[in-house]
Design a protein around this ligand. Structure first.
Ligand code: SAM
Ligand code: SF4
Length: 352
């Protein structure tokens, strides 16, 4: 491969000065290649999880600032056809609140090569829509569920909707959105006694459970390292109820470390974003609902794609902007380093 100069200024935290290989792929200075696109469809949500949003919600993005269906379709097409993206995950906010989500999914599913299409959702309303989402081309789903107790669900999400979520999970399973994955965040003193019941429930129902360490991405800046339930603590709690052995399946770029439960085939995953960062294997690139491109959840900078799109940029111009943004991706998220600063956007406006 020959080198091309993208005219990037020196970016602290990257392998400065390294020549960018002449490849269409989204490579960075550390040799990582992003092939997994996370697309946030809205920053709005119908829940108010305490670790994600304040009770009153946030200042939602104005409609005109959000990418239209056509703009989203074009950017996803460029990512797949020109930049080597093979996986597209829709998220938010709550992606199912986005009008026309089936059309957006169908457009992605019509691309060649067809990307694998997934969604991260709180599953409210999924009991009615899982089938139409699957028919549109959705392949897999991740559902967030932090507790099986109704009182706690209402405390954590500030909405009394546990039964909707459980029905949504079952509907996703029936619609063939397999494997149905469940994401759980454990909060100290709130639901940290539910590691074993959550895993029992998921194993019994054929769902794949992954615990996620809480990250400093909440707009209230309430994250506290000493309060965080760590991956090691989660594994210790699980070992009180199950025998865990390391999964023989290679991890690749997947963020979860996986364990066989009682000898398998059921597995449980733990995503130790804070205590055992997996940035060295990251293959993600992110697009916010208002058209900002981010190379990392924790990026302090982003690249506006909406402006160029609306000013008539060509597909090649957009692809090149995308490549130069990813080329400048930092080595890691720096949560564990002195001077770490949270990004300005909270998780719900980036896309979790
Ligand atoms: N509303 C959808 C949902 O809840 O699945 C999609 C967006 S939500 C931001 C995506 C995931 O991020 C959820 O599993 C949620 O639990 C997780 N999340 C939100 N804030 C988090 C934080 N500070 N640390 C770790 N995970 C977080
Ligand atoms: Fe909404 Fe998901 Fe945030 Fe909960 S975690 S408030 S469901 S965006």
């Amino acid at each position: 491969m020959t080198a091309v100069d993208l005219g990037l200024p020196g970016v602290p935290g990257t392998n400065n000065g390294a020549p960018r290989p002449d490849t269409p792929a989204l490579i960075d200075t550390f040799g990582r290649i992003a092939s997994d696109l996370r697309v946030s469809l809205t920053d709005r949500c119908n829940l108010r999880c305490t670790y994600c949003m304040p009770a009153e919600g946030l200042d939602w993005m104005p409609g005109g600032e959000m990418l239209s269906e056509a703009e989203l379709g074009r950017l996803i097409r460029i990512a797949v056809e020109q930049l080597g993206v093979t996986n597209v995950r829709f998220t938010g906010g709550e992606p199912t609140l986005r009008k026309g989500i089936e059309t957006i999914i169908a457009a992605a599913a019509a691309l060649t090569p067809r990307p694998r299409i997934s969604m991260t959702t709180n599953a409210i309303g999924l009991s009615r829509r899982a089938r139409s989402l699957a028919d549109a081309g959705l392949d897999r789903i991740n559902v967030s569920l932090d507790t099986l107790r109704q009182d706690r669900f209402t405390e954590i999400t500030r909405r009394d909707r546990l039964s909707d979520v459980l029905d949504g999970l079952a509907a996703a399973q029936s619609a063939g959105l397999a494997p149905v994955k469940v994401n759980s965040v454990l909060l100290r003193g709130v639901n940290d006694d539910e590691a074993v019941p959550l895993l029992r429930y998921c194993v019994d129902n054929g769902y794949h459970l992954r615990f996620i360490e809480q990250m400093p991405l909440d707009p209230q800046h309430g994250w506290n390292r000493s309060e965080m339930v760590t991956a090691e603590q989660i594994l210790d709690m699980l070992r009180a109820g199950f025998e865990l052995t390391p999964s023989p399946t290679p991890r690749g770029a997947a963020p979860a470390e996986r364990w066989l439960v009682d000898g398998g085939p059921a597995e449980v995953g733990v995503i130790a974003s804070v205590t055992r960062p997996f940035c060295g294997d990251c293959d993600r690139t992110r697009l916010t609902a208002d058209g900002a491109l981010r190379s990392c959840l924790f990026s302090q900078t982003e690249t506006d794609l909406r402006g160029p799109l609306r000013e008539g940029a060509s597909d090649d111009d957009i692809a090149q902007l995308w490549r130069s943004t990813m080329w400048a991706k930092l080595a890691g998220h720096q949560i564990n380093e002195a001077g770490f600063a949270q990004p300005l956007r909270p998780m719900s406006a980036i896309g979790g």
